[in-house]
Design a protein around this ligand. Structure first.
Ligand code: HEC
Length: 153
């Protein structure tokens, strides 16, 4: 030790919290590297991706597309009506009697069965009907289909 009287580094202890943080970072780094290095732990994005794809396929197989599933169901028709007012009424009017878009209560050019209606709404139609598949998702469109069918009875 020096006897110069000037405080030395050794006297200025690192605060315990900093030391704990420093050690924790090293532990985290080691754990992270071990956990996520494919050659060490076998972890891999490809594996994760394959698992997710499999789960997705299973879910799709378990719930086959059925655009007519809500036809005649009062709750779903009410939900579809609300959705129709939000997304469709600007062009088709709230009662679907037609405006910029055609009247949906009469004979339809592209067909009026649940799956044809679903196709019209989800994928759009060439003369100005925008596709809504991305925005609404299948379930909401099924409900809208049920609402339109309820108007046509
Ligand atoms: C920007 C205006 C606009 C909006 C918004 C819109 N539509 Fe349309 N829709 C049209 C037009 C225009 C057509 C005619 C397309 C054609 O003839 O190719 C059409 C066609 C359709 C058809 C097919 C009609 C037929 O004759 O076969 C259906 C069903 C339909 N729309 C439902 C909907 C539903 C449900 C929504 C809301 C989710 C919606 N539309 C939102 C403009 C719109």
């Amino acid at each position: 030790m020096s006897d110069s009287g000037i405080p030395q580094d050794g006297h200025n202890k690192i605060p315990a919290g900093w030391m704990a943080f420093f050690v924790a970072m090293i532990v985290f780094l080691v754990v992270y590297v071990v956990r996520f290095t494919p050659a060490i732990s076998g972890w891999s994005f490809y594996k994760l991706h394959a698992e997710e794809m499999k789960a997705g396929e299973k879910a799709a197989a378990a719930a086959p597309a059925n655009p007519g599933k809500y036809v005649g169901k009062a709750d779903a028709i009410a939900a579809g009506k609300t959705e129709f007012e939000t997304s469709c009424a600007a062009c088709h009017m709230a009662d679907a009697s037609g405006g910029i878009g055609p009247n949906l209560k009469v004979a339809l050019k592209y067909g009026a069965t649940p799956d044809k209606l679903f196709e019209s709404v989800s994928a759009g139609r060439p003369n100005g009907m925008p596709p809504f598949g991305q925005q609404l998702g299948n379930d909401k469109i099924y409900k809208i289909v049920a609402f339109i069918e309820s108007l046509r009875k």
